[in-house]
Design a protein around this ligand. Structure first.
Ligand SMILES: NC(=O)c1ccc[n+]([C@@H]2O[C@H](COP(=O)([O-])OP(=O)(O)OC[C@H]3O[C@@H](n4cnc5c(N)ncnc54)[C@H](O)[C@@H]3O)[C@@H](O)[C@H]2O)c1
Ligand SMILES: O=c1ccn([C@@H]2O[C@H](COP(=O)(O)OP(=O)(O)O[C@H]3O[C@H](CO)[C@@H](O)[C@H](O)[C@H]3O)[C@@H](O)[C@H]2O)c(=O)[nH]1
Length: 427
């Protein structure tokens, strides 16, 4: 099949490369010339395990091309919309301007049988509006991939959600995903509204889980209970489950925060504001983790100054994405409070330098920690979990560490003479 993917960011680039790997002829469209140049060179424009290889293979095989000209995708059987839907500047709802703009630009190139498939995360009701606007066949096929595991998640998703109007559109999508269907990936057919809602609901529920565990961590910290044992006990109940129970600095990124807020904004429009306030509280608890981490760090530094070695800038490990990164929120607060901030991240350093020129970003852990009054772990990179507390102890000015992601082994660090603090652990 000839397939176009409109928007080649974290979602679109991965989706396009995986469709090409499945044997389709794929054209990725973007308006960002820098991004297109990198993709045409057979690389991913961001750090994502396995994606460089997949893009290189697709480009070399001639199955994957990139363009800024929608005329190049005229005649495609299926067009996937993968542009960004960020939070609106002055509110909590989703900004759909990129979606409408790319859809309008695509309209003249749609054939009678072309299927337009929304993959971006949108408020419920968007697909129906798009169908009316374009007068074309529209389906919604939300994407559940996680950054850092994007390729694996796309090649072997937990489920395929196909929001369709009729059997023809369903059949078309089954052909697009024939390899996944053959591999036994569960397919859930539904309507457009349910497919759209499934995506924001999943993210709002995941956010709720994290804020719940962080509330529990705060109670552990205040009471002397052990949050590690607590989550093990909770996770052993199959109704609760073990995944997504890691306490700490909370969630960030380009999805969970904005999707939870957009859910609430849309629920209010639909007259369900009273109950949707649940997710306002989830958001508040999440943001509170950032302010309380900064305050705790401040209290461990010399009054009005001090040097803090920050380990982590990305919003999560295995990604270089810094959108709404909790780590950068805390780093910014400490910088503004007068602390000297040095920050290291294994992959996100260049992005942090560009976005936060006021912070000193360094290339290795040793330079970050040398002469520091406090070591602060803000992203859950395994490299940080593996640090040797004796070696780090030789570099710092004071052996004080605050683990805001609960990745360090307390016994090892205390044994090496550190004043060890962690979120969820009483002092
Ligand atoms: N990042 C993820 O892990 C992920 C996972 C699932 C769903 N989503 C959803 O997918 C959507 C995209 O997210 P993302 O993280 O890939 O965003 P992104 O910002 O990385 O990518 C969006 C891309 O769209 C391009 N674009 C914007 N307007 C365009 C236009 N008019 N024509 C052509 N290209 C245009 C941008 O240049 C950019 O490359 C969002 O709705 C997001 O919520 C993201
Ligand atoms: O137990 C946990 C798990 C995650 N996090 C944090 O939560 C954030 C989000 O993590 P994760 O969900 O793994 O990353 P994303 O790549 O943002 O993926 C989410 O957002 C995507 C975009 O919508 C969806 O497709 C995914 O299903 C959904 O998990 C990160 O800051 C993590 O550090 C925790 O604090 N504790």
């Amino acid at each position: 099949m000839l397939i176009s993917v409109l928007g080649t960011g974290y979602l679109g680039a991965t989706h396009a490369a995986c469709l090409a790997a499945a044997g389709h002829e794929v054209v990725g469209v973007d308006r960002d010339p820098g991004r297109l140049e990198v993709l045409r060179g057979g690389r991913a424009p961001f750090h994502e395990a396995g994606l460089d290889e997949l893009i290189a293979e697709g480009v070399a095989a001639g199955r994957l091309r990139f363009t800024d000209d929608l005329a190049d995708v005229a005649g495609a059987d299926v067009h996937f919309l993968c542009v960004g839907t960020p939070q609106v500047g002055d509110g909590d709802g989703a900004d759909l301007s990129a979606l409408w703009s790319v859809a309008d630009a695509l309209a003249p190139y749609l054939g009678e049988h072309s299927l337009v498939v929304g993959k971006s995360t949108v408020p419920v009701g968007t697909g129906a509006r798009l169908r009316d606007r374009l007068g074309a066949r529209v389906a919604w096929n939300p994407e559940f991939l996680r950054e850092g595991r994007a390729v694996r998640d796309t090649l072997r998703p937990d489920r395929l959600v196909l929001g369709v109007d009729d059997d023809d559109d369903h059949r078309t999508l089954l052909l697009v995903y024939a390899d996944l269907v053959a591999a036994g990936v569960p397919v859930i057919r539904t309507d457009l509204a349910t497919a759209e809602l499934a995506k924001v609901s999943a993210n709002a529920m995941l956010a709720t889980r994290i804020s719940t565990v962080n509330l529990l961590a705060e109670v552990c910290e205040a009471s002397g209970a052990d949050v590690g044992d607590l989550t093990t006990i909770l996770g052993a109940d199959p109704r609760i489950g073990r995944d997504f129970l890691a306490p700490g600095l909370g969630y960030g990124g380009g999805c969970l925060p904005k999707d939870t807020r957009a859910f609430v904004a849309r629920a209010r429009e639909l007259g369900v504001g009273e109950s949707a306030a649940l997710f306002d509280a989830v958001d508040r608890v999440n943001l509170h983790q950032r302010s309380r981490t900064a305050e705790l760090a401040r209290s461990l530094l010399p009054a009005g100054g001090g040097t803090v070695a920050i380990l982590g800038g990305a919003f999560k490990a295995e990604s270089d994405d810094i959108r709404d990164s909790p780590a950068l929120d805390v780093a910014g607060r400490l910088h503004r409070s007068g602390a000297t901030v040095r920050l290291h991240d294994p992959f996100a350093g260049a992005n942090v330098r560009r976005a936060c020129p006021e912070l000193t970003v360094v290339d290795d852990v040793a330079t970050t920690c040398r002469g520091a009054d406090l070591v602060l772990v803000l992203t859950e990179w395994p490299q940080f979990a593996a640090l040797d507390p004796y070696e780090v102890g030789e570099l710092v000015c004071r052996r004080t560490v605050l683990d805001a992601r609960l990745v360090l082994d307390p016994e090892k660090w205390v044994g090496a003479g550190w004043d060890f603090r962690a979120l969820g652990r009483s002092a």
